[in-house]
Ligand binder design. Structure first.
Ligand code: PLP
Ligand code: TYF
Length: 392
């Protein structure tokens, strides 16, 4: 049986981790995989997470199974964090293993309820989106997103492409902090997209993996909330990997907004999908998130640390843009300071990316996506000088 298997293509982002590890050079710089790192290069356990883990260790009396949908308190806390109040009667939800688990379940839900429905993806997008869709055998289409000249959003192209969406198609939208480009819509542009998609009868499918990494916890949910208020049906796949720093705990949620009348049936189908795939979702990370969101002191400390993380990335962006101005004697890279989230796509060629890796020991994804958090005060000028030397 297994001899029929063919080799699978590697995840290019994850392959970079091994390449970087095996590079013996001192001073190599890792701007690859999207993991937050502080100025010392550490991906810290957040203070509130540590405190919650300690409390949990003291208080936890059982590790018996949780519910199929996860613990109701987690789902309620996450719906509140993402959407604010007022959605209890419309929101069906299941805890999932990470944001990826939520994306997978959302796609399976689309496939179950509307076989043949097109899934629209931004070009470019996170590579796991098309990979999972292809694996599930679902039809997909692309809408223009990135303007290679300005490194901003190609808004006219986006509107033109989304103008071809048919009723019942699902449109995957990055709720904030677009991966891999770092280019994002303004709220006014979101309003136009919402009006267009609502007129088409599309179903928005929001991937929210970086809430709190862009303009702030509330601000980063603004587009998702706008969408939630305008459409009868919305799918939201959210991740706690980044904003709680609990990557390996695999903590996410799939929220399906529907009518109060349909909610029970939709919830039953979400539970069914969890059961088919893994029965019960992981609990540890979800429980920590619940404890943090429900406790005033833990929540305040978590929000403060998340804000430190966000502001650190923002100042790295500003420093890098300033250094690139000096190094290239131009404003060509000013977009780095306008982008939001962990990533910026620099717009370098693959050959330039390869030179940066081979000659300078600077690792970024092949499409020239850098992880801003991989930088620090010392490496910003080194990166700027290296970019100027290949693309100046
Ligand atoms: N969606 C996007 C756009 C991502 O970049 C990621 C990765 O961080 C995820 C979803 C899901 O992440 P995870 O499964 O680790 O929660
Ligand atoms: O885009 C990134 O770097 C993050 C982390 O298969 C990631 O989203 C990358 C690849 C992958 C899972 C997570």
């Amino acid at each position: 049986m297994l001899e029929t298997l063919n080799p699978q293509p590697q995840d290019k982002i994850l392959a970079l981790i091994a390449m970087f590890r095996d590079d013996p050079r001192d001073g190599k710089i890792d701007l690859g995989v999207g993991v937050y790192k502080d100025a010392t290069g550490l991906t810290p356990v957040m203070r509130a997470v540590k405190a919650a883990e300690k409390q949990l260790w003291e208080a936890e009396k059982t590790k018996t199974y949780t519910g199929l949908a996860g613990e109701p308190a987690y789902n309620a806390a996450m719906v509140g964090m993402i959407l604010g109040a007022g959605y209890a009667d419309r929101a069906a939800s299941v805890a999932t293993p990470g944001g990826t688990g939520a994306i997978r379940q959302a796609l399976e839900l689309i496939k179950m309820s509307a076989p043949g429905a097109m899934v629209w993806l931004s070009n470019p997008t996170w590579p796991n989106h098309p990979s999972i869709i292809k694996y599930l055998g679902m039809p997909m289409a692309e809408y223009r997103y990135f303007d290679a000249a300005t490194r901003g959003v190609d808004f006219a192209g986006l509107l033109e492409d989304l103008g071809r969406v048919k009723a019942g198609d699902a449109v995957l939208l990055h709720g904030c902090c677009h991966n891999p480009t770092g280019a994002n819509l303004t709220l006014a542009q979101w309003e136009q997209v919402v009006d267009l998609l609502a007129a088409k009868g599309a179903v928005p499918f929001v991937d929210l993996a970086y809430q709190g990494f862009g303009d702030g916890l509330e601000q980063d949910a603004a587009a998702t909330r706008l969408i939630a208020g305008k459409f009868p049906e919305v799918l939201i796949a959210a991740s706690c990997s980044k904003n709680f720093g609990i990557y390996r705990e695999r903590t996410g949620i799939l929220i399906a907004l529907t009518s109060p009348e349909r909610k029970a049936v939709v919830q039953g189908n979400l539970n069914f999908l969890n059961r088919q795939n893994y029965s019960f979702p992981p609990d540890h990370g979800a429980r920590l998130v619940t404890m943090i969101l429900e406790d005033d002191a833990l929540r305040a400390d978590w929000k403060a640390e998340l804000e430190e993380v966000r502001l650190n990335m923002l100042s790295l962006r500003q420093e890098l843009a300033a250094e690139l101005r000096k190094a290239t004697n131009s404003d060509r890279f000013d977009f780095v300071a306008t982008h939001r989230g962990m990533f910026s796509r620099l717009g370098l060629t693959e050959a330039q990316v390869n030179t940066l890796r081979e000659t300078h020991g600077i690792y970024m994804v092949g499409d020239s996506r850098i992880n801003i958090a991989g930088l620090n005060a010392k490496t910003v000028p080194i990166l700027a000088a290296a970019i100027a030397s290949v693309a100046g």
